[in-house]
Design a protein around this ligand. Structure first.
Ligand SMILES: [Ca+2]
Length: 505
């Protein structure tokens, strides 16, 4: 597959071709997409733009779903009982999995802030310099909050943010912070900069508010208040609910710690599972569960410590851990429950956090003005049962540095390990990077998800094709990093950029 040069393409908008849905959605709301004739061969490309056009007129139409994005912090692929966990049970997440669309190949990025940047933008985090946990989003990016607001949705963020360049324990973000949720597309926030535990002080629209109890329970309770208000006003909403659990430090409620056999990590997972049950029950009580699109995923693979098997989760039989390009670093539990549109199903089609924004753009018919490359695709065809395979691979790439490191060492296709996942194969480039061109390994994920057998030598043609695709994608990412996507053709970085990356956790 060839990655097109976005800059050479003519602008196009979502909103002028064949409907994706049939039957239930009124004609004015049908989703339409078109591509210029010359782009047929690259019809999988999705392009977003930076200046949002006029809002659609169907702001509060009941045919459009409410959207809730739930995400845990450092939960491993094996840390749900539907994926084989036995140390504790996760009955509420399992119920969601049984009722919705379960992705066996759902991909985050390898760590915290990078994944959050991808959720917000539909783009790989290196495009905006969010290389590492604690690094800030760029103000020039369009966020999923802005997309939803453009479509007339009420928007809110709850819990961990980690996109304003502030490391360390979660702190209240003042309204003056240009990268706080309220300043990048969210009407309301009950949020902190990073992780939080029990009995924490959150920032409620910038004002400190002490909350007692388990942090997961607290943010879901706050989210339900917001959801209840929007339901009363008959306004569709986007609620982003980002848990601080089961990330370190571990401080579950005493009863959850006991129920988890003394494991703080799994005690926090019990709190997450309970709060997901509260959320699902709350939606049903409000009568809006049917047309609410509820997403659930983790933000990276489990940290994993072989010396403490109950200490930092499990990635089951997946190789590696948080921070790695191996499946254990990036493949996480992933679900969408949406009773109005989704019948229970399990899929092996690879999808990821980069797909969330393109899916919402497609769903909400949001139009943009200035094209930028997106790394995700709309999942509506998959939801409708029309997608048999992913149309373009997922790229992964970890650069362990910041802007100063880029200045010093440069930033090119050899800057850090990378991976290219298509429907069958995964090409991984591992260190050493600078001294050599890196080591290329190829795995067939359909038969070897544990990445045990490198088959690069047996498939030089596949390696050659995927290597070319990966490097072309990386060059596109580098152009984005330099600011070439933006109307200003340069980066206007807010003064919150940390001098050095924070420690990985
Ligand atoms: Ca994390």
């Amino acid at each position: 597959m060839k990655i097109p040069n976005v800059r050479a393409q003519q602008r196009f908008h979502f909103g002028t071709a064949a409907p994706i849905f049939s039957g239930k959605i009124p004609t004015p709301l049908r989703l339409r997409r078109t591509y210029p004739t010359s782009m047929k061969s690259i019809s999988s490309l999705i392009v977003a733009t930076l200046s949002l056009c006029a809002a659609p007129t169907h702001a509060a139409d009941a045919a459009r779903p409410n959207i809730i994005l739930c995400m845990t912090d450092d939960q491993g692929w094996g840390d749900v009982s539907y994926n084989g966990l036995t140390k504790i049970q996760t009955p509420n997440i399992d119920a969601m999995a049984a009722a919705g669309l379960r992705f066996n190949r759902f991909y985050a990025q390898q760590s915290c802030s990078p994944t959050r940047a991808s959720v917000m933008t539909g783009r790989h985090p290196n495009r905006m310099g969010v290389f590492w946990p604690g690094m800030p989003l760029r103000k020039q990016e369009v966020t999923i909050g802005q997309v939803a607001k453009q479509a007339g949705y009420a928007t809110a963020h709850f819990g961990k943010w980690h996109l304003n360049g502030v490391p360390g324990p979660g702190k209240v973000m003042p309204e003056t912070d240009p990268l706080s949720p309220r300043n990048v597309g969210f009407d309301e926030s009950f949020s902190v900069t990073n992780y939080f535990e029990t009995n924490w002080t959150f920032g409620h629209n910038g004002e400190p508010e002490k909350a007692t109890g388990d942090g997961s329970d607290v943010i879901v309770s706050q989210a339900l208040k917001f959801i209840g208000r929007q339901t009363e006003q008959k306004k569709p909403f986007l609620a982003v609910v980002w848990f601080g659990s089961p990330h370190v430090p571990h401080a579950p409620l005493p009863e959850d710690l006991k129920a988890a056999g003394g494991s703080g990590y799994y005690g926090e997972m019990i709190g997450v599972d309970r709060s997901m049950g509260t959320l699902r029950a709350g939606l049903r009580k409000l009568g809006i569960a049917e047309n609410t699109m509820l997403w659930y995923s983790s933000d990276n693979g489990g940290w994993i410590d072989p010396k403490k098997p109950d200490g930092h989760g499990t990635n089951a039989d997946l190789r590696g851990r948080k921070g790695d390009m191996w499946e254990g670093g990036i493949r996480v539990p992933g679900l969408i429950e949406w009773p109005a549109r989704i019948r229970p199903a399990v899929t092996e089609i690879p999808v990821g956090v980069v797909d969330i924004l393109p899916t919402l753009v497609d769903l909400l018919q949001v139009k943009f003005e200035h094209p930028v490359p997106l790394d995700g695709i709309s999942l509506l065809p998959l939801i409708e049962g029309k997608m048999k395979a992913r149309s373009r691979p997922l790229g992964f790439w970890q650069f362990a540095g910041d802007d100063a490191a880029v200045e010093k060492k440069g930033f090119d296709t050899n800057s850090g390990p990378s991976a290219w996942n298509d429907n069958q194969y995964k090409l991984v480039k591992t260190p050493p990077m600078e001294a050599a061109p890196g080591k290329w390994e190829l795995f067939d994920l359909t038969t070897d998800r544990s990445e045990k057998t490198d088959i690069a030598a047996q498939h030089p043609d596949v390696v050659g094709r995927m290597k070319a695709e990966l490097e072309e994608w990386q060059l596109s990412v580098i152009r984005s990093y330099k600011g070439e996507d933006y109307p200003e053709k340069r980066v206007i970085q807010p003064p919150t950029q940390p001098k050095t990356p924070t420690k990985q956790p």
